[in-house]
Design a protein around this ligand. Structure first.
Ligand code: GLC
Length: 577
């Protein structure tokens, strides 16, 4: 079944990180023909759409998030014809395609940046980026104190064409990623044209990289980043480049570009902002369609924080007419098999010297429970490749094999994101566990990686892969993405419980097994023992749409009137068709 109008409101969107998904030419870096050869895995899994991390031309200093040509595919990944073939094959299977647009910065190899370097200060070529004179007697100090998200100063000094030390350019990320000047209409026009280029090829939407950063506060004054600024600086309330008001104008323009095409196309913001209310401003009716819910991703493994962030999201996003979204893993964060075990604050990459390294089995248990909760929630959900195999975060990557610029720019102080990017295992015992046929791998696969391979999981009915398939099938058939969530109270401090459509979800975070009410188990993240839900386990019960109450021998519930709920959450209960 393909989802219909405004499909993105309930879609499950699978992120392909192309470098690590599947490698057809055997050079150790995944590619589009490799992804095409594995497309039936996605169809079997039951996802509605694929989001591709960048595959445009790039020198790959930040794994493709440094784009040199927005209208071509990097030869590492294939050709435009390979992309068209993937898109056609996906559409045939009812899977939509979202591409990653990286508008905050280009690569230093982009023709515009090369022109800017060759042109004098004050030229139109430099006005496309953020060049400034340095401070100090000879301009030897950076123009302000801003720091790169990857560590170190956010400014790099250039050598002018005549060989003298010259101006500085801003790069919120690596020095190979100069920031565009989004106050310049030429930049805006260029990106409108890039959007059209991909829309004309038939893409169903865009994930917009660093959407929070496009506009910098006028004047570029100094700013002290708080000590615990959070992933991507998301807790930095006063940031001069995070969610500046002028960004809304840009998103409105893009919204209209997408609306001028037939079908329902989607814009999803990567916006690391501090609250759901702030993020909701970006997904008002005429702006983006959805934004990643990083508040949910960052919530700790405890029922109260989760309930708070879910309730907050189901209030804030529907209040502006947008769906809530949910995400537990992506290519920038520690895989949730490990992250949910970590003490607060230790969430910025882990490696051999980290003070605490989580054990795999208990982490997997939590991760499975977390996904079982997430896939029941109303709205749209994002999955990251490999989470359906329960992949661990890889910690034992040697320093010289690490590729994330964060590691290099902080002299190894921050491990960065390589641990969640190790190439996918497809077949146990095959070269590179089936990632390709040559055994090459751009990041080393650890010992035992093949034990998580897809073929191993297919053969085991209790595997994480089978759990995901089941959850996705039931979610889709019951249209849980469009339902209303009703909390169940009085289940104690260790349990999270709610109804959604005809499913009742229980998740037990406590040490004591929790007695479940009667009901048929639709899916469970782990075994239910004698009607009891063990610790770190979640279950979907079929209660046939009948609220569970004391009369059924189960726990009492508090249920508001449904009309009231619809008013409150702005969402509606759509029965299966
Ligand atoms: C986004 C991407 C991340 C990248 C950064 C710079 O946060 O998700 O991978 O490094 O932007 O483009």
């Amino acid at each position: 079944m393909t989802l219909g109008g405004e499909w993105w409101r309930e879609a499950v969107i699978y992120q392909i990180y192309p470098r690590s998904f599947a490698d057809a030419d055997g050079d150790g870096i995944g590619d589009l023909p490799g992804a095409l050869a594995r497309i039936d895995h996605l169809a079997d899994l039951g996802v509605d759409a694929v989001w591709f991390s960048p595959f445009m031309r790039s020198p790959q200093h930040d794994a493709g998030y440094d784009v040199a040509d927005y209208r071509d595919i990097d030869p590492l990944f294939g050709t435009l014809a390979d992309f068209d073939a993937f898109l056609a094959a996906a559409h045939e299977r009812g899977i939509r395609i979202i591409v990653d647009l990286v508008p905050n910065h280009s690569s230093v190899e982009h023709v515009w940046f090369q022109e800017a370097l060759a042109a004098p200060p004050g030229s139109a070529e430099r006005e496309r980026y953020l060049f400034r004179d340095g401070r100090g007697d000879d301009g030897e100090l950076p123009p302000n104190n801003w720091e790169s998200e990857f560590g170190g100063s956010a400014w790099e000094r250039v050598t002018e064409p005549d060989g003298t030390p010259g101006q500085w350019y801003l790069h919120l990320f690596d020095s190979s990623q100069p920031d565009f000047n989004w106050r310049n209409p030429e930049v805006r026009d260029e990106f409108t044209s890039i959007l059209r280029f991909w829309l004309d090829r038939g893409v169903d939407g865009f994930r917009v990289d660093v959407a929070h950063g496009l506009i910098k506060k006028e004047g570029l004054a100094d700013h002290e980043k708080p000590v615990n600024a959070g992933p991507m600086g998301s807790r930095d309330e006063l940031s001069p480049y995070r969610g500046q008001p002028e960004v809304h104008d840009i998103f409105r323009e893009w919204h209209h570009v997408l609306a001028s095409y037939d079908g329902d196309r989607v814009l999803c913001a990567e916006a690391w902002l501090s609250t759901a209310d702030k993020t909701a401003l970006w997904v008002r009716r005429d702006e983006m369609h959805q934004a990643f819910n990083f508040g949910y991703l960052m919530a700790g493994w405890d029922p109260q924080s989760l309930r708070d962030v879910i309730a907050e999201s189901l209030r804030a996003y529907p209040a502006v007419g947008a769906p809530a979204t949910w995400v537990l893993s992506n290519h920038d964060v520690i895989r949730h098999t490990a992250r949910l075990m970590l003490p607060p604050g230790q969430d910025d990459g882990i490696g051999p010297r980290s003070p605490y390294l989580p054990e795999y089995e208990p982490g997997l248990r939590r991760a499975r429970a977390a996904t079982t909760i997430m896939l029941a929630l109303p709205g749209s959900a994002y999955l990251y490749q490999g989470e359906e195999l329960g992949l661990p975060e890889v910690v034992d990557i040697s320093d010289d094999a690490r590729e994330d610029p964060t590691f290099v720019r902080t002299q190894g102080e921050r491990y960065g994101r390589d641990g969640c990017r190790v190439p996918i295992p497809w077949e146990r015992g095959a070269p590179a566990s089936g990632f390709n046929t040559t055994g090459e791998s751009w990041l080393p696969q650890p010992e035992g990686w093949g034990d998580h391979a897809r073929d191993v999981e297919i053969a085991d009915p209790r595997s994480t892969l089978h759990l995901y398939r089941r959850l996705l099938r039931e979610r889709r058939e019951r249209r849980l993405g469009r339902s209303v969530l009703v909390w169940i109270d009085d289940v104690g401090d260790d349990v999270l419980a709610f109804h959604t459509h005809d499913v009742t979800v229980f998740a037990n975070f406590g040490a004591q097994p929790f007695p479940l009410p009667t009901g048929q188990v639709i899916a469970a993240s782990g075994p239910v023992v004698d009607g009891h839900l063990p610790t770190d386990t979640a279950v979907w019960l079929d209660t046939g749409g009948v609220p569970i109450g004391p009369e059924t021998g189960g726990v009492p519930i508090v249920r508001d009137d449904v009309e009231d709920l619809i008013r409150k959450y702005g969402s509606e209960d759509v029965p299966s068709d």
